[in-house]
Design a binder for this molecule. Sequence first.
Ligand code: PEP
Ligand code: MN
Length: 282
Amino acid sequence: MKPFQLASRDACQTDTIITIATPVRQVFIGEGYCTLIAGPCAVENRHDYLNLAHHLKELGADILRGGLFKPRTSPYSFQGLGRSGVDILNQARLETGLPVITEIMDVRDLDFLYPHTDILQVGSRNMQNYTLLEELGRLDKPVMLKRGLSATIEEWLLAAEYLLKGGNKQIILCERGIRTFETYTRNTVDIGAVPVVKQLSHLPVIVDPSHATGKWKMVTPIACAAIAAGADGVMVEVHQDPDRALSDGKQSLTPDNFARMAGKLIQHTLINHKQGASQLLL
Ligand code: PEP
Ligand code: MN
């Protein structure tokens, strides 16, 4: 028996496929699909977020991202709109019909965030916040677990085990780069982790090439590498004006660059015998 009992393929021979339903579409995450999650690092204001959300929908995004609670290295950096921004995220969700994902940093925000989000994200810095994981493990809502900055694959899967042990089966793993001696990129993308985790576990694996590299010019090549390596989708940061972004502008794609990346990923998706992840209901 592997140390990560429930995440392991021994526990579940079939791949976990997560279905997220909104009134107008179904989105799938898991083996056989290529799910595109896109949006700014942080929700900054209503006007820009709504414009971008509509634009991303037209360009083929399946799920919208947008941080409200931002885990910033410096306490003096923009910390996100917090609870006051949830209404903006919710409006984008209702107007576009796209599901949304946002990060939860503190278990005290769970009841507040729960009704307004389709996937809850656990950021790298909280991968081993076991109290938070235990609470999210009791939910009937998908959770995306980002790999810790310095976590081994086994530690990552054991963190997923905390979520699964509570009964939540809808867990998505996200590789977002790890700390190494290399300083040219923000983190070092562990593309090898994708086939390893897909072999060890039945859970979906998404790659975040934005935080993994820190450089927008690297996002498309790494996104393509991720899908070629067997990832079930990517999560990328997109900003309408990256130079003015309040966080992570250097790694943010413009909508035009997102469109180019999506075009390239469609080719890789076909080669990999994967499908687009959205099914429209109307
Ligand atoms: C994020 O995706 O918003 C984020 C903060 O990423 P990470 O937790 O991987 O640093
Ligand atoms: Mn970011």
